[in-house]
Design a protein around this ligand. Sequence first.
Ligand SMILES: Nc1ncnc2c1ncn2[C@@H]1O[C@H](COP(=O)(O)OP(=O)(O)OP(=O)(O)O)[C@@H](O)[C@H]1O
Length: 260
Amino acid sequence: MIEVKNVGKSYDGNPVLERLNVTVQEGEFVTLVGASGCGKSTFLKMLLGTESPTSGELLLDGKPIADEPGPDRGIVFQQYSVFPHMTVLENVMAAVGFAQRGLTGYLFGSKRKQARLDAEAILKEVGLGHALKKYPHELSGGMKQRLAIAQALLGKPRILLLDEPFGALDPGIRADMHELVLRLWQEHKLTIFMVTHDIKEGFHLGTRLWVFDKLRHDPHAPQAYGATITYDLPIDHRARQPAPQTTEQTIAPLLAEAAS
Ligand SMILES: Nc1ncnc2c1ncn2[C@@H]1O[C@H](COP(=O)(O)OP(=O)(O)OP(=O)(O)O)[C@@H](O)[C@H]1O
């Protein structure tokens, strides 16, 4: 479904990513780990369509990914911005309006009624059914991310991109969010790409874990080469067991080394 063929990405002539070659099938849950600044978010942005590859091809169903975000791809960031003067329900309805009418955004009559029903349904699904009338400043971190996920799912995307969505949350809340994401992944038959700095989270959620790192280094020119996918590990979740210690023990020092 997604083919990444020899993709490279540079900014101002400095390579960030190079020689990416992978294929991802519908329904996979790919987790991305790697040192800070090695290009994980850049890869997500190329899938979203807000950045394009400098070289190579990024194909969705055999066609180049459109160079603008579309309803088939939703994204959730670690920090999320909402309209502070609107309630949870109004924020989601506004997103429906923008999706349907562009920046003028306001819906009338039966369309507005339908938007409200859709917004209420998705908010219930992400566990915010009790918080429709709350304002953003009244929400906890976990509730804000639930709202972000609701917005991302509104266009009924096939692909959900998660850029460290739970990085700022406490462990207990994270566990609840993991449950939510796994449920939505299954119920909506999503293909998910999720960046995380937490390797345990990567193993726990993913059906496949990618490690981004540089294969080539020039000590005199640290910007000379980009990162690539150095490990592509399938994860067997039939029992949703914790990651096998041996694999985790192999990868963790590599990440620590790459980060130093
Ligand atoms: N629009 C841009 N213009 C120039 N350089 C950029 C741009 N976006 C990202 N970069 C650079 O590309 C590199 C990769 O950034 P990216 O955010 O993709 O890394 P990352 O692996 O997601 O990092 P982190 O884990 O810290 O979020 C960084 O050196 C960053 O400064």
